[in-house]
Ligand binder design. Structure first.
Ligand SMILES: Cc1cc2nc3c(=O)[nH]c(=O)nc-3n(C[C@H](O)[C@H](O)[C@H](O)COP(=O)(O)OP(=O)(O)OC[C@H]3O[C@@H](n4cnc5c(N)ncnc54)[C@H](O)[C@@H]3O)c2cc1C
Length: 470
């Protein structure tokens, strides 16, 4: 059944929960373990610092500054490596957190690690200057020039400063995505250049076999994860899948769909709702990879992505020729059946954010009336015919929400009428709190949807979101 929002009827009467939820429970366990691991590593490092006399040293002024500087340096190094691991596309973390949440944690640990690192430099230098502030510049110079590994560490710090400054929101908005991303890669260089001084001058790294194993283990895990999951695995998957463009279809309103197919024996495993990063080998633009969600359920060989033209990369999609080879990274994201915990689902999308939800509406397991899709759009709704077909064939309930956002704080379109967001949502989907809610659209819009669903009683772990980063 498809219907306009104004005429929407309540969803079917809830039936007993049917979602397996096993993968969702596993992911929740991984999230807990990862969080516990992070805190355990910070506590362990602090314990080693304390057991090495760190606390006693605090009683003297200069020794105290140096000791506090050592602790902040150790915590900074730990968090630096943790954030490299977080963004290394480690599958178990990707599945458990999803990229949105990983990116947010990465940002938090990144800024924390950077603040600790700057504090470390300041305190250590001040301590080495016998606690006399006026002597710190000269001491900083001496330390940098005379101590082993410190020139490299200074270069590494420069790289990290560059990365952090360009990641501050105001600066980031001014940069092209590609420029920002390229600069961001300097973080790896920064982290790598800091290693030698930690080994040569950092007594905490070498004071016991346990510490040496811990630090080397962490460094090797970070390097191995990046090389394995960011470089080797995508290369291997791309070669094995052998994806090529099969056709390009113009949809409405500057939107284009690209159909891809892999080798018969390619076995590319991806789920509806996930996304991959694509490089089309059609000329110089191939160096820039772009993430796109699947807009149709994959069948093991054929994929479809659907993109709104917003810049050079998306504009080039319309000119792709059949046969063009495609490299992929991924699949990523947990906006898929993996996150499912309930029998009934609500899919809520805005604009081209409908793409992963269109794939989910096709692929998810649900009984007629158990899935509702709310599509806010301006102009012509994307995939209207396909959604109508899914409504007829599978009993998907579709609510069209036309118009621009009514006002800041409302995620509904101005074609809806005066009812407030919560009243409208609970009248259309009265059992919203007992559903898994999958959301895709611009971040501020998705935040408004989150607030409304929370107000309707939806538990946080039933809200699954992917934003395209606008
Ligand atoms: C997880 C995810 C899934 C996405 N799925 C879809 C989809 O199904 N359909 C769709 O139309 N769009 C999707 N996008 C957005 C799409 O990736 C960007 O619109 C596209 O990369 C823009 O590139 P451009 O060269 O055309 O424009 P540009 O002018 O280069 O970029 C416009 C904006 O797009 C974003 N962007 C650009 N390149 C990247 C990149 N490599 N990684 C992340 N963000 C980037 C930046 O916010 C940038 O400001 C998705 C984004 C993400 C993060």
């Amino acid at each position: 059944m498809t219907t306009s929002a104004a005429a929407a009827r309540p969803a079917a009467v809830p039936r007993a929960g049917r979602g397996s939820g096993a993968r969702a429970r596993l992911d929740a366990g991984v999230r807990l373990a990862a969080l516990a691991g992070l805190w355990a590593s910070l506590l362990l490092v602090t314990y080693w610092w304390a057991s090495g006399g760190g606390v006693q040293d605090l009683s003297g002024w200069a020794a105290g500054l140096t000791s506090a500087g050592r602790l902040t340096g150790l915590l900074a190094a730990d968090l630096l490596l943790v954030q490299v691991l977080l963004m290394a596309r480690v599958p178990v973390l990707e599945h458990a957190f999803g990229q949105d949440r990983l990116a947010r944690i990465h940002r938090l640990t990144g800024f924390s690690s950077f603040s600790l690192m700057m504090t470390h430099i300041g305190l250590i230098t001040w301590g080495y200057a016998a606690g006399e502030l006026g002597r710190t510049p000269a001491t900083l110079w001496d330390l940098t020039v005379d101590y082993p590994g410190m020139l490299l560490a200074a270069a590494g710090t420069g790289c990290l400063v560059l990365v952090v400054v360009t990641s501050v929101r105001a600066a980031r908005r001014r940069l092209r995505y590609e420029s920002w991303h390229l600069l961001h890669l300097y973080a790896y260089l920064g982290a790598g250049l800091a290693l030698p001084h930690q080994l040569w001058t950092g007594q905490d790294f070498l004071a016991s076999p346990a510490r040496t194993v811990f630090w080397w283990g962490l460094w090797l895990a970070a390097v191995g994860a990046v090389l394995g999951w960011r470089v080797a695995l995508p290369a291997w998957r791309s070669v094995r899948a052998g994806l090529r463009v099969t056709s390009v279809v113009a949809e409405d309103d500057g939107v284009v769909s690209v159909h891809l197919a892999g080798r018969r024996d390619g076995r590319f495993r991806v789920e509806a709702g996930q996304f991959c990063t694509f490089r089309f080998l059609d000329g110089p633009g191939w160096t820039r990879a772009h993430p796109y969600s699947l807009s149709a359920a994959p069948d093991g060989r054929a994929l479809r992505i659907t993109a709104k033209v917003v810049g050079d990369g998306s504009a080039a999609l319309g000119a792709l020729r059949p046969g063009t080879r495609v490299l992929i990274e991924g699949p990523y994201g947990r906006l898929s059946a993996r996150a499912r915990t309930r029998a009934r689902v609500a899919l809520i999308g805005a604009g081209v954010g409908i793409t992963p939800l269109r794939a989910l509406a096709e692929a998810l397991d649900y009984a007629p009336g158990d899935a509702v899709l709310l599509h806010r759009y301006t102009g012509t709704p994307l995939f209207a015919a396909e959604l109508n077909a899914l409504a007829a064939e599978r009993g998907l309930q579709v609510l069209w929400l036309p118009g621009h956002r009514r006002e800041p704080g409302s995620w509904l379109g101005d074609g809806i009428g005066p009812a407030d967001d919560l009243a409208a949502l609970t009248s259309w989907v009265p059992d919203i709190a007992d559903r898994d809610v999958y959301v895709c659209g611009p971040e501020p819009w998705a935040d408004d949807v989150r607030r409304t669903t929370q107000a309707a009683g939806l538990p946080a772990d039933q809200f699954h979101v992917e934003s395209f980063g606008w």
